[in-house]
Every structure is written in C-alpha cells, then in structure tokens.
Ligand binder design. Structure first.
Ligand code: SAM
Length: 292
C-alpha cells in the first residue's frame, strides 16, 4: 500500500530553535534597518499561506525570505518560488536551508539578490506576491512590484498593523491616505487578519496585519499613472486643506485648481481624504484637457 503524500500541514516548518541555529551558523544578527523580524511559528506560516489562496500551479514572488520560514510554506503550496532578498548573507544561505528541509522541492526555488524597491527583472513571471515585508519599506515595495510586474494578479502581505489599515482604507476613513489611493489604482485590498508580536524573533513592539489584494484594471483615463499619482501626492501633502488650496501648487494657482476640480465633478471645498482614485484620475485628466 502506498502511503498518501504528507499534507503541507505536516511538513516541518522553522521554529525558534531552527531560526536561532541558522542565524548563528551564518553569524546573522537581525537588524532594524532591514526590518529583520523572522517568523518562528509554523502555525503563523500556515495561516499566511492559507490566506494567500494559492493555486498549486502558481509561481510566487516572495520579498525578503530571510532565513526561509515563509519560503518553506510557499514551496509546499505553489509550483515555484522566486525570492528577492537584499541581504547577501541571507540570500546565500537560503538554497542550503531549503535543500535541508525540503530536498525534493529545492529545484523549485530561485533566489535573487536585489532590492525589491528597485528590482525590474526576475527569472520567471510570478502570479502572486506573498511576503512578510520589511516594515519600513512595505508600501513602496508593494507599489513598485505592482507597477513593474503586471503578471502579479494577487497577493498577501504582512505589514505593520497600522500600515495594513492604511492600505485597505476607503475614502472618508481616518486612515485613508496615499497608500490607500495608490494601492486602489492597481488592486482591491482587504484586511485578512492581525498577527501578534510573539511569533517573531526578535519580537517587534507592535502587531502586524495581513493585507490580501487582487489586481484590477486602473480607472479608465487619458492621464498617465504618473500624472494621477502627482495629484494624489499634492492632495495628501496638505491633507487638512481643501483640494482647491492643496492642489494650487500642482495646478499653477488656486483658480486653476478650482477649474480642474469642477471639470472633474469634485467639490473644490472637499478634502483629499474623501475622494476615490477614479476622482483623482478625472482631476489629472482635466489638467491634460486644459493644456492639450
Ligand atoms: N520572510 C522572513 C520571515 O518571515 O521570517 C523574513 C521577513 S523580515 C520581516 C524582512 C526580510 O526582508 C529580511 O530578510 C530583510 O533582509 C529583507 N529585506 C529588507 N529590505 C529589503 C529590500 N529592500 N528588498 C528585499 N529584501 C529586503
């Protein structure tokens, strides 16, 4: 009788002992600058992987594999993993960790030594982004990847909980800001859970949040993404001001700003925190129409 393949839930994942041993082997002392908080709890990894809703045929992009905690869980659930790591010592160690813990899956991993804020080329076309992101650069990393890798159709990222709330916020909410509007240009984002501090080594001082996203088409507009993002940046640079005042610099005067806002069907006395990404696109388009 052939025994059934072990389910991913029964495969060993990295716990506190393994993580500390691996770190010691390569002399890694986690740094705050690179947001190095490693997951030491297999159940958290299983939860992240389950929330990512991966198809077994998918290629997953993982940013910041670190010592490999999440990488092992992703290899169990997907066909391929491409892992982008900025720290050369961690990047060099990862293949041997995978070879030790998942020898049969070691060929399914590509490691790319690179800064995920700047990476433009990968050895394959990932369809999902799943990552425990370095907290200080989480939003720019997600936006960079969504911009440069259109093959990414969905994903699940772990970020600081308050950043998660900002990423998923809708117009009118206190936490609605640049990450919410720019994120909404590319995708529908939703909160997929909160993770406590004790599942990391070293433990951060605040909780983490899971954000799931599904890519959608950006709003239909003649304005480019850069032009729309310039309006968003200007509106939130002075978020307490009315849009008429906040956009004066961008428009070339308050009267011009008022005119573009009216053409876009937006109340000039409204604030940037109450309008959605489609309205930002209409404002950018109004300026183009005027100058064309
Ligand atoms: N995935 C591992 C885990 O869950 O245990 C580690 C996550 S740790 C929060 C973030 C990882 O991202 C670290 O390995 C760090 O070296 C890496 N990192 C930091 N900045 C990066 C960047 N700009 N590009 C790629 N990796 C980065």
């Amino acid at each position: 009788m052939t025994l059934p393949e072990p389910s991913p839930a029964t495969q060993p994942l990295l716990g506190a002992t393994e993580i500390r041993r691996l770190a010691e082997e390569i002399g890694v002392r986690p740094t705050k600058t690179l947001g190095q908080n490693f997951v030491i709890d297999g159940n958290t990894i299983r939860r992240i992987v389950a929330a990512a809703n991966l198809d077994p045929a998918e290629t997953v992009l993982e940013v910041g594999p670190g010592l490999g905690s999440l990488t092992l869980g992703l290899l169990d659930a997907a066909a391929r993993v491409v892992a982008v790591e900025i720290d050369p010592v961690l990047a060099a160690k990862l293949p041997s960790t995978v070879a030790a813990f998942r020898p049969e899956l070691a060929g399914n991993l590509d490691v790319v030594l690179s800064d995920a804020m700047r990476v433009r080329e990968l050895p394959c076309e990932p369809t999902a982004l799943v990552a425990n992101l370095p907290y200080n650069v989480a939003v720019p990393v997600v936006l960079n990847l969504l911009e440069h890798f259109p093959s990414l159709k969905h994903g699940l990222v772990m970020v600081q909980d308050e950043v998660a709330d900002r990423m998923v916020a809708g117009p009118g909410s206190k936490t609605y800001g640049v990450p919410s509007v720019k994120g909404a240009w590319y995708s529908k984002m939703r909160k997929a859970g909160v993770i406590g501090m004790n599942v990391f080594w070293p433990a951060p001082k605040i909780s983490s949040g899971l954000v799931a996203f599904t890519r959608h088409e950006p709003p239909v507009t003649r304005a480019s993404r850069e032009e729309v993002f310039a309006v968003i940046d200007a509106a939130f640079a002075q978020r307490r001001k009315t849009l008429r005042a906040a956009l004066a610099g961008w428009a070339g005067g308050a009267a011009a700003a008022e005119s573009y806002l009216r053409q876009a069907g937006v109340d000039p006395s409204a604030r940037g925190e109450v309008i959605d990404v489609a309205a930002y696109a209409r404002i950018a388009e109004a300026k183009i129409g005027f100058t064309a």
